[in-house]
Ligand binder design. Structure first.
Ligand code: ATP
Length: 231
């Protein structure tokens, strides 16, 4: 579960995020929706312990990320918007390393299953440095999913993915939440938010335009989702 309470972030005089509050319950896929500069990545970075809030609190799995970082960080899997993967390893080597680190049972079989799901089975033994952006994104998603995290936090998961992979990722977020896990993603894509999120917050230049289901937002604000891209 994720709890963000009166979270604000200021860079000098610039308010990147102003007074943001939301809760994500287990079993839900929750979206932060907004255009460039809305404050999505800033919020995610506070939640994963990378950028300290100016004010407010952020909690993951019941732990204050900035007061109990070790416990909070053990509870989530995180995929940044530009994941860094060590290029001198093959995809399989990297994923085996993750499997060992998190003591994943039956990791080899799981890795095969994931590689096949993302049509990477012929590339498992290739160096990651030879991969396209979309292929790296898939490996990053697999490495976050392999330990089966209770909370999955993903910044712009669909950027660079082909339509097949995008559909797989949508389905796996849904399935992950349906098993009682929590999924938080950011997106600038209204159709993605509509297709996968149970609830969302719409941000615009750091301000909250609305929070709720897509239907709530349409009804309450009319234009809340305006300004975000329809691709
Ligand atoms: P994008 O999709 O473009 O990444 P975003 O919604 O994720 O957009 P953020 O990256 O969170 O937006 O940025 C929110 C605002 O905070 C922007 O105006 C950005 O320029 C500013 N900002 C972000 N990081 C910093 C930083 N380290 N120093 C100063 N300003 C920053």
């Amino acid at each position: 579960m994720i709890e963000v309470s009166h979270y604000s972030k200021r860079y000098g005089a610039h308010e990147a995020v102003q007074d943001l509050s939301f809760t994500v319950q287990p079993g839900a896929v929750f979206g932060l929706l907004g255009s460039n500069g809305a404050g999505k990545t800033t919020t995610i970075r506070a939640l994963v312990g990378l950028t300290r809030p100016t004010s407010g609190t952020v909690r993951v799995a019941g732990f204050d990320v900035w007061k109990e970082p070790v416990k909070a960080k053990a509870a989530f899997g995180y995929i940044p918007d530009r994941p860094y993967l060590y290029g001198k390893l093959t995809a399989r080597e990297l994923l085996r390393f993750v499997g060992q680190l998190y003591k994943v049972e039956g990791a080899d079989a799981e890795i095969d299953r994931w590689l096949t799901l993302f049509r990477l089975e012929d590339f498992g033994n290739e160096l990651i440095e030879t991969f396209s952006h979309g292929m790296r994104q898939k490996v990053a998603i697999i490495s976050a999913m392999l330990p089966d995290p209770g909370v999955l936090i993903i910044d712009e998961p669909m950027v660079g993915l082909d339509p097949h992979a995008a559909r797989q990722v949508r389905e796996l977020f849904r399935a992950h939440a349906d098993r009682g896990r929590t999924v938080l993603l950011t997106t600038h894509s209204l159709p993605l938010a509509e297709a996968v999120c149970d609830r969302l917050v719409v941000l615009d230049r750091g301000r909250v335009l609305g929070e709720g289901t897509m239907d709530d937002l349409r009804t309450r604000t009319g234009t809340a989702a305006g300004g975000v891209h329809g691709d």
